[in-house]
Design a protein around this ligand. Structure first.
Ligand SMILES: [Zn+2]
Ligand SMILES: [Zn+2]
Length: 271
């Protein structure tokens, strides 16, 4: 099951930035949506997949590491058995976090804490085209997540999660992205979560910042065959009604609706 924790481009009350929870142990992006999780839910997260280095997608990682460290140490029964949280991202994204977040100035380096031999965070490089495999939960098959191309101002990716109904696809932050439609051409898509960060009146800002507006979204969706359930993410709080009315005016065969915080896709995993 995938639970939407945050799906806005910025924050306000009941508007959080991008984060999704896959089952109960894998985060896809770690925006302020992470704040929706209770401490015991945070402590269950073993993997964090990061689309790119922008703050609205990573800000939960340093705080989460601090929140859960003692709980994970207690669960392990000691430092030697501490199970780290695995952070998966492009090498450029990991470098940016090392250099600009976990640098001892903005935040302590939790890739070396509580000790460098037994840290609470371990970084893993991923690459576009790779398939990440995570151990099964509740007797089901291993969970597969495909790393998809994105076209943003910094190196970025999207993710495709295999579900019984087809792929649940999250585009990440992206402008026009022909490589994505090529990668998805022969795939069965259960749901497509695609960003639309700006309204048409700011289409030039969308173009220069590697985002989509309703008019460029329409161009993108033309490259997607069939009739797909499309969910819009990453509008700014306060701009949702105008962006949605522009999207409703589009001529498309796909079913488009806004992504909602708290929304869930798929069946819960059996314990
Ligand atoms: Zn971004
Ligand atoms: Zn963003």
């Amino acid at each position: 099951m995938i639970r939407v924790l945050g799906c806005f481009g910025s924050i306000a009350a009941r508007c959080h930035t991008t984060s999704f929870l896959l089952d109960d142990d894998i985060l896809i992006d770690a925006g302020s949506g992470v704040c929706e999780l209770r401490l015991d839910e945070l402590a269950r997260i073993d993997h964090i997949l990061i689309s790119h280095s922008h703050l609205d997608h990573i800000l939960g990682i340093p705080l989460l590491a601090d929140s859960v460290l003692k709980l994970r140490l207690a669960a392990a029964g000691g430092l030697a058995a501490l199970r780290p949280i695995h952070v998966h991202a492009l090498p450029e994204t990991l470098d940016a976090m090392r250099q600009h977040v976990f640098n001892g100035v903005i935040w302590p380096d939790f890739t070396r804490l509580p000790t460098s031999a037994h840290p609470v965070l371990v970084f893993h490089e991923i690459a576009v085209g790779q398939t990440l495999s995570f151990a099964a939960r509740g007797g089901a098959a291993d969970r597969l997540v495909h790393v998809l191309p994105a076209a943003h101002t910094v190196p970025g990716v999207g993710f495709g999660v295999e579900t019984p109904a087809g792929w649940w696809v999250f585009t990440g932050d992206t402008g026009p992205n022909p490589a994505l439609w090529q990668a998805l051409a022969d795939k069965r898509i259960a749901q497509l979560v695609i960003e639309t960060a700006f309204g048409n009146e700011e289409a030039h800002l969308a173009d220069i910042s590697g985002h989509l507006s309703p008019q460029s979204l329409a161009e993108e969706l033309r490259q997607l065959d069939g009739e797909v359930s499309v969910y819009i993410t990453h509008p700014k709080p306060g701009e949702v009604p105008s962006v949605l009315s522009q999207i409703r005016a589009l001529n498309t065969q796909h079913r488009i609706e806004p992504l909602r915080e708290g929304q869930r896709f798929g069946a819960p995993v059996a314990e």
